[in-house]
Design a protein around this ligand. Sequence first.
Ligand code: NDP
Length: 488
Amino acid sequence: MRKLWIDGEFVEAAGGATMTVVDPATEEVVDTVPKGGPVDVDRAVAAAKKAFPAWKKVSAWARAELLVEVGRRLRQQKEDFALTLTRETGRTLRKNRGYADWSAACFDYYAGLIRERRGRVIPSAEAGQLNLVLKEPLGVVGCIVPFNYPLMLLVWKVAPALAAGNTVVIKPASQTPLMTLDLHRVFDHLPKGVVNIITGSGAEVGDALVRHPDVPCIAFTGSTAVGQHIYRLAADRMKKLHLELGGSDAAIVCADSDLESVSRAVAWTAFLNAGQVCTSAERIYVEQPVAAEFLERFAALTKKLVVGPGMDDKTEITPLIGRKERDGIESRVALAQKEGAKVVAGGRRPAHLPKGFYYEPTVLTNVRHGMQLLREEIFGPVAPVVTFKTFDEALALANDSPYGLGATLFSNDPRRVRRYFEEIQVGNVWVNDPLVDNPAGPFGGMKMSGLGRELGEEGLEEFLQTKHVHWDIDATPKSWWYPWTPGA
Ligand code: NDP
């Protein structure tokens, strides 16, 4: 059994409780981890708070070197991390190796950025004065992460938070805590208490972290419902919040695009990680003249995708994270069918995989804009296809969603591309090449998809606060500045 990692030590949960982790591909228990509670949160926050003053003073150069070492260790141990990730998430080993590399690159990126980071000197009103704009870390940052990308989404928070000089307390999702607990191996060259890792339920550990008076900042990725809850709780202490929430991304397929490659790209963005990607395409809008041909190609391709365990190199579609999630997708497809939707591919559990939380990649047609399926996030391998007549209509449909996380346009018409990136109401805008992230490219949502940005310079800024310093070096207050001074 693994242990919590607090103040550089391995400890059991104060209450002695444990929870099990299940492999989504086999439904078997793979390990047991401590089920922490508020007392453990107190311990972890106290350790992070104690470590903060010294860590804040470590020079940016030295901090950068330490972060580069984190990246090096991640690369070096990626095989091990990838294997654990596959066991707990069900995702393919191949992909998990790639995410380990990507995450290492993220540490390198923020190490580079912090070396260059500086405040600024701004003009002063008088000679003998100095005006400075300073950027300072916030203190202890609570990092709360969802199940779908346990490593990458953690690194998008922890790398900039540490680079900025904060200390962190990490809480992974209950379904996927294993690799996160193993991460002490990449952080144990940092001073004790700079990184702390605790497991437990969101309702206990997550909630206690958000409410904690010594945690001034929460960086959260997860559902919009939990994000709203955190937003409300954080108001009491006016905490700085960074919220990456749900999405219902549109993909717009224009008649001028190459349908062969676009069908593949749409399958990629709709079904990657069994559709459990916040920016997966969940509404496919296709221009009428090519709608029938696109649907035929897309459905044929979907039927060929190999569903299976992540340990198998041939697998393209892995299981959903749990039974509840798989059953939820199943009932949403059934409801859509009741409302008139037609299944043209998938729409059931694969017969050859009686164990595991699998669901076939599914293409639906005959869907109407008002259906629940198109209004709420799907988070499974389901792609509803809708036809549009004009580009105005496509943009209006894409924008008519409570969410604003990402969107993809497939078109080679520069006038359409420009209108799209100017008018689309999302934070992540892809043209012809969906789901591509970039360490320097800020990632985040508009509307109900969240607040703030991860990655890029903006991702560092989230973990800094600003001070303006006015210093009269001569220490001679100017008389015009104090007109009420007696005798002036
Ligand atoms: P949840 O919102 O259920 O959980 C996310 C994290 O929050 C988990 O660690 C969870 O712990 C914790 N949590 C739950 N309740 C509370 C609480 N009351 N206080 C504090 N923390 C709590 O999301 P999922 O894990 O199911 O992930 C899927 C969601 O994440 C989708 O909506 C998806 O769109 C979104 N997401 C958004 C991304 C973005 O960048 N915008 C990227 C990836 C995913 P526990 O697991 O123990 O319940």
